[in-house]
Ligand binder design. Structure first.
Ligand SMILES: NC(=O)c1ccc[n+]([C@@H]2O[C@H](COP(=O)([O-])OP(=O)(O)OC[C@H]3O[C@@H](n4cnc5c(N)ncnc54)[C@H](O)[C@@H]3O)[C@@H](O)[C@H]2O)c1
Length: 362
């Protein structure tokens, strides 16, 4: 696609996260139009269209098949329950449409493997959305680590917590009754396959590949079949160890820092605040330095959208992005196996996936 040309996008799934992608498009600086909104819930699709600047240009569909039959678009942003990631993304790629697919890659390892196979052959961009790769505080922490500010990193603590789950059901008409997040089969697990991926990616960005994990999970709520609590130790190939605590619940909670990275000479802390903030203290500067205006968690969406639109213009493909995103799924699935075996488990496909039966190893 020629640089400067308008990218025509459709939104597939117009729930909670759609408004973040819409804002990211508006901030991207690229020429775009949202020309289609697909949601099985007509009211939800229409609510998204009503929030667009140019309402008349956007068609509404209640099925992806109808939208693909119409076909007058370049790219789809897929923001659907996890069990639909593989089939819906495959349909779009086979129709030659570029795709930005919200994380995770897919709900099962067999779906991940299948989607990677399709992406390898597709003549279109596939990017897996993981905006924490562009989270400004995470990027700053990487710079500080690489510049030796805290010396050799030794250990990190990550806390993913969100206290008001109901916030996930209030946008664009999505209802609690429709909450696929309660269903372990549709999610592919619980909190580890959902919000926690945004905490695993920064750890992988700083410390490299996760070699093995051991963990415990907890499902105290009958109506949520996936875990809402998890406590995990991650051992990286680089020798660094991290702990990851995950907690998503509907109750008020005291704030915990999102990340603490301990090094030989100091510590980096990313505040437990989605609007941002971080600090670093070192042996040479025990007063510490504050970084209060980097932008916060949601700023990552804008940079991610820019990268997607840039890839479309440059004709890049997305297999690397799939491989990156597979890393978070492998961590979650290895924790689930560790819960069953009560041992450390390697985060490899060989350990977690039986290629002969195309199913997860139990
Ligand atoms: N990047 C982030 O920070 C972040 C945050 C939340 C969610 N997500 C991801 O975004 C995706 C969607 O999550 P959400 O929170 O927006 O969920 P949501 O439930 O708010 O929205 C999903 C939408 O999909 C629609 N839908 C369901 N089945 C459909 C079908 N067969 N055809 C068409 N529409 C259908 C639903 O009606 C709903 O409006 C998930 O992959 C999730 O993990 C990412």
């Amino acid at each position: 696609m020629a640089s400067g040309e308008t990218v025509r996008l459709v939104f597939v799934g117009c729930g909670l996260i759609a408004r973040h992608h819409l804002r990211a498009l508006q901030e991207s600086g690229y020429a775009y139009s949202v020309c289609g909104a697909v949601d099985k819930n007509l009211d939800t699709a229409e609510a998204l269209v009503a929030s667009l600047p140019k309402v008349s240009d956007c068609k509404v569909f209640t099925s992806l098949a109808d939208c693909l039959h119409w076909g007058q678009f370049d790219a789809a942003v897929i923001m659907l329950p996890h069990h639909l990631h593989e089939p819906y993304t495959t349909e779009c790629l086979l129709a030659g449409k570029h795709v930005l697919l919200e994380k995770p890659l897919a709900h099962t390892l067999s779906s991940c493997v299948e989607l990677m196979r399709v992406a390898e052959k597709a003549d279109a961009v596939l990017m897996i959305g993981e905006q924490s790769a562009y989270w400004p505080e995470v990027v700053k922490a990487k710079e500080l680590i690489e510049s030796g500010e805290i010396g050799q990193p030794l250990f990190a603590k990550a806390n993913y917590w969100e206290s008001a789950c109901s916030a996930f059901n209030t946008t664009f008409g999505t209802t609690a009754e429709d909450d696929w997040r309660c269903d372990r089969e549709k999610v592919g697990g619980g909190v580890l396959m959902d919000g926690a991926t945004h905490w695993v990616r920064p750890l992988r960005t700083w410390f490299g590949d996760v070699k093995e994990v051991v963990g415990v999970v907890c499902h105290p709520l009958q109506q949520r079949t996936g875990e809402i609590l998890a406590s995990v130790l991650l051992q990286f190939s680089s020798g660094i160890t991290a702990s990851l605590y995950c907690h998503r619940n509907g109750i008020p909670m005291h704030p915990l820092p999102f990340f603490q990275i301990f090094g030989e000479k100091g510590e980096i802390t990313i505040d437990g605040d989605f609007s941002g903030g971080m600090s670093v203290i070192t042996i040479n500067n025990s007063e510490g330095k504050r970084f209060d205006s980097l932008g916060g968690y949601n700023k990552g969406f804008s940079q991610q959208m820019k990268e997607f639109l840039k890839a479309i213009h440059k004709g890049q493909r997305g297999v690397d992005s799939c491989k990156e995103a597979l890393g978070e799924v492998l961590v979650a699935k290895a924790v689930y196996k560790s819960v069953r075996t009560r041992k450390w488990e390697q985060t490899t496909l060989d350990n977690l996936f039986d290629t002969s039966s195309q199913s997860e190893v139990s």
